[in-house]
Write a protein that binds this ligand. Structure first.
Ligand code: AMP
Length: 299
């Protein structure tokens, strides 16, 4: 029997080469999806690629460890880099194009523009990582304009990031559809993350698993009507007891616009947390009732 041959994945490193390929696709009437990543890929990233492949004719994955979004130089220095494995995983998943620009391609000498998004970038990770979301908004805006993609796929694991990107794309009239994909988790519930491979201290990996468990229980209790403040205080204590070195934040927010909530207001809500196990910073979030309203929103 004849097998359909999948064309090999191509890899480009420059905006010019990226644009040339995308122009050809668009001339052929093909739709283009973009999955922005920082590499060190895992099945969470691949789930975005699979979602993109389901609805788009061509899928680009970008890998760029964006210096502009790291508030801490040692975090940037130790961020895992696994280029060869990444490339292999993407090719096997059926990605059409890997775009891996260098830092100078993305930020040539003289580069001096920064995009700063308002209220949705404040608080939560924005409060603990100064400049982080300016870096995210700027690089994602550039990736959207460089790729001219019709749709871009993001993970709900980085829930505030989706809000920031959506606000940026809406405010700047970038014609791209944003698709939010569910968080992929390990068997014990830990959200897959490139940073998990740094959980190497004795017992750190087990400690990390306490985060999704505590969030899921807290979400259930809040949904059942227990006072939010009581639940959050007990959850914080539970995580510290489980061995978390620090809880940066643990907050209930309105799903639709990230407005802080001290009590449920009848609309879908989300419980979001960030904490540290040893030196590894982990973030996670869970819906308080029902699925997110963020899915497949058009900017
Ligand atoms: P990163 O490489 O960490 O910048 O992530 C690139 C994209 O993959 C972002 O849209 C993330 O939200 C998404 N992502 C990371 N981890 C997961 C996960 N466990 N499940 C789903 N998406 C994820």
């Amino acid at each position: 029997m004849l097998k359909t041959l999948t064309p090999e994945m191509r890899t480009v490193h420059t905006v010019e080469a990226l644009r040339r390929i995308v122009r050809g696709w668009k001339q052929d009437g093909l739709t283009v999806g973009l999955v922005p990543t920082m590499g060190a890929l895992h099945d969470g990233h691949l789930s975005l690629v699979r979602a993109a492949l389901r609805t788009m004719d061509r899928v680009i994955v970008s890998i760029f460890v964006n210096p502009m979004q790291f508030d801490n130089p040692s975090d940037l220095g130790t961020y895992p880099r696994t280029e060869d494995e990444d490339s292999q995983m993407l090719a096997e998943a059926g990605t059409h194009l890997l775009y891996a620009p260098t830092a100078t391609e993305m930020y040539p000498p003289g580069f001096s523009t920064s995009i700063s998004v308002g209220s949705v970038a404040e608080g939560l990770c924005g409060a603990h990582r100064p400049g982080h979301f300016d870096g995210v908004a700027t690089v994602v805006c550039k990736l959207f304009l460089q790729s001219q993609a019709d749709a871009a796929f993001f993970g709900e694991k980085d829930f505030q990031q989706i809000h920031v990107v959506r606000r940026m794309a809406t405010d700047l009239d970038i014609p791209i559809r944003l698709v939010a994909c569910p968080t992929r988790r390990e068997e014990d519930g830990l959200a897959m993350s490139s940073r998990n491979r740094r959980l190497t201290g004795t017992g750190d990996r087990d400690r990390a698993g306490a985060l999704p468990a505590a969030l899921t229980d807290a979400a259930r209790e809040i949904a059942s009507g227990r006072p939010v403040g009581t639940v959050l205080a007990a959850t914080r204590a539970r995580l510290l007891k489980a061995g978390f070195a620090e809880i940066e934040y643990l907050e209930l927010r309105r799903d639709a616009d990230l407005a802080p909530l001290s009590e449920r207001d009848g609309q879908p809500a989300r419980l979001l947390a960030a904490g540290r196990v040893g030196t590894v910073r982990l973030i996670d979030n869970v819906p308080v009732d029902g699925p997110s309203g963020l899915d497949d929103r058009t900017a």
